[in-house]
Ligand binder design. Sequence first.
Ligand SMILES: [Zn+2]
Ligand SMILES: [Zn+2]
Length: 272
Amino acid sequence: LHLTQIALKRKPDWPKRVARAEELAERYSWEREVLRFYSRVLELQGELYEKARAASESATLDQNLRTVLDFSAAAKDLLRMIAVVERHGPAAMAEAAAEMKSSGAAKSEQLLRACAAGETLSPVEYFLALTVLQPYAERISYASAASNTDSGRGLCPVCDGKPLVSVLRPEGDGAKRWLLCSFCLMEWEFRRILCPYCGEQDNDKLPLFKPAVDTSAISVHACTTCRRYLKAIDTTVDGHAVPMVDEVAAGPLDMWGVGEGFQKLQPNLLGF
Ligand SMILES: [Zn+2]
Ligand SMILES: [Zn+2]
């Protein structure tokens, strides 16, 4: 008898992500335009997720998630994402996106496959491809029996994606750490005193910085050995936090981290 161990998987809730982006846009004037734009992107991603969910009640995953995505369906969605960027995105990005409209299905599919394979893309190509693929990837990683328990690896156990953000969630009397995958959006368990990049385990070398800005639940979790950092979102401080959205809203912490000589382990969708 073989049982796959699975920690609690968080149900994908796209409407909640949209609402959080809108809420934070009201709260943080410094990221208002970016968050309003992101809320429109999340809205379309939610539609794509529902479509992917309707297409497959369950998902089996006996191959690498990055090779089994429905690239031809996603290629058609790329045009819709381009339209969102043209309409709501920053001017330079909108211009670059508009140039991709005439790409054609074969080229669009090629771009999506390149993104899934982790190839280097231009910032706007990366943004478009990743935002379109995330809902498909999340559908499979959520619906499949893929394990998300702590293996001590700093890469997503389902798709080998790098972590975007560290999340503390209440557990018993304390909190447990999870890492959010930048590609398939699944959270996996990860011990607190361990650098996901270089494996450092010395607590003194893994400082948590809380710069004095209005984001009390968010800090910079750095490693002084490899000089990498991730933002950490503490949901025991703010239970309404939605990690992938709050991460984008806390842009000033990236400026602070980079100013201190740290490099972000994985830039977000917007390249920060
Ligand atoms: Zn993943
Ligand atoms: Zn490290």
